[in-house]
Design a protein around this ligand. Structure first.
Ligand code: GAF
Length: 397
């Protein structure tokens, strides 16, 4: 448990008393994430290799017995109230949709076959604060879902395992909020480990922690381009449909099946006549292979090799999957010229962040290079910060 998180939790408890007039029962936290490699593979049964960030969403909560949820966000200053009995998918919107979605998902978890029985959520007051950058592709939504889910489950006395909570959060997002995401973000928010990335096989649901630069000679830098997300939901859903269509044409259950072979990608894709579908599928198949190669290279401490895979991933996401935007490509080129091992876009795309795997000591150089490139292009000033892999969701106090 970090000092900083404890201090934040204590401050949040005080604030809770001010907002709700009573003491909180506890404080729970769940982190945002970056993905080292394995993008747009999670909804294709594939591999991902994310890690949890030190940035987290904190929720102070108090159980109530009258079937009401009251949630106050320190980010927007708003309080939203709803009755649990009246929860229907899509019924609450904005940031509170994720709160409502988690309560709904827990209350119907047994019906959905995700837990042995539905969780009897009886009511809760929630106070929420977060330092996960919002709308930056760093999974602020998963951090909110998982922190709220943990708080509500704990206060109800329900034993929910981390991976079960991740699946409940994914269902909340898919079926309540309407975003057809995969499982990566919720998985890593629940299962993150300090000092490690987590290789996750989204078909077997098997997580494998992989130490990240244990020699202390390298670190991950995050460049938040602050480019507004554009068309994100529609384009994401479209990519997902294209992958399903490509798998259908190829006669496989998912594109993952094709990543497991040694076969030549061009040959595999010969039956796909549509050029766009072919490029989408090529990205997914080659990306899955890059994830597995990256894990082997990390274990061999071959950071230059990891960097090569990151670069190849970026180019594939730019040219085949078409999810980058100008700010992202400018940041990628600027950072790649600073002596880093490698760089790539991270997250779903259409804005968001670039990450770099860099020898320790390059932080300032990367920051000024990217800022200069952005100033020259007339873009908003980007943020650059270090990202040491952190622990997953937990109760803080
Ligand atoms: C978003 C989604 F939420 C994830 O499930 C994943 O598909 C990612 O985009 C792309 O890799 O973060």
């Amino acid at each position: 448990m970090t000092e900083v998180l404890l201090e934040r939790a204590e401050a949040l408890q005080e604030e809770f008393r001010r907002v709700f007039g009573e003491a909180a029962d506890g404080v729970w936290a769940a982190p945002g994430r970056v993905n080292l490699i394995g993008e747009h593979t999670d909804y294709n049964d594939g591999f991902v290799l994310p890690f949890a960030l030190p940035q987290a969403t904190l929720v102070a909560a108090r159980r109530r017995a009258d079937g009401l949820v009251r949630a106050h966000s320190l980010f927007t200053g708003e309080t939203v109230e709803f009755a649990l009995e009246e929860l229907r998918p899509g019924g609450v919107d904005g940031w509170a949709a994720y709160v409502a979605a988690m309560c709904w998902s827990l209350r119907t978890a047994g019906q959905a076959g995700l837990l042995a029985e539905d969780v009897d959520v009886v009511g809760v007051d929630l106070l929420i604060e977060s330092d996960v950058p919002h709308g930056a592709g760093l999974s602020s939504s998963a951090a909110l879902e998982c922190s709220v889910g943990l708080a509500v489950a704990d206060l109800t006395g329900a034993a929910v395992r981390p991976l079960e909570m991740a699946r409940l959060a994914q269902r909340a997002e898919n079926d309540y909020v309407g975003m057809p995401c995969g499982l990566m973000d919720q998985m890593i928010s629940m299962l993150g480990q300090a000092g490690h990335a987590v290789l996750f096989d989204t078909r077997s649901l098997q997580p494998t922690p992989v130490p990240l630069a244990p020699e202390g000679d390298a670190e991950v830098l995050v460049i938040d381009t602050r480019a507004p997300h554009r068309l994100v939901d529609g384009e994401y859903a479209a990519r997902r449909r294209q992958c399903e269509e490509a798998a259908r044409v190829l006669g496989v259950e998912s594109l993952r099946v094709l990543s497991d072979t040694e076969a030549d990608v061009a040959e595999i894709l010969t039956p796909v006549e549509d050029e766009v579908l072919r490029r989408r599928a090529r990205h997914v198949i080659t990306e899955n292979r890059r994830v597995i190669e990256t894990v082997d290279l990390l274990r061999a401490d071959d950071l230059a090799g990891v960097g090569d895979r990151m670069r190849a991933s970026h180019l594939s996401l730019r040219d085949d999957y078409e999810v980058t935007v100008e700010e992202i490509d400018v940041a990628f080129e600027a950072v790649s010229a600073q002596g880093v091992h490698g760089a790539r876009i991270t997250g779903g795309g259409f804005g968001g962040c670039v990450i770099a795997l860099a020898p320790v000591g390059l932080h300032e150089r990367v920051r000024s290079a990217v800022r200069e490139a952005f100033a020259a292009a007339g873009f908003t000033e980007p943020e650059v910060f270090r990202a040491p892999p952190a622990a997953g969701a937990r109760r803080v106090v």
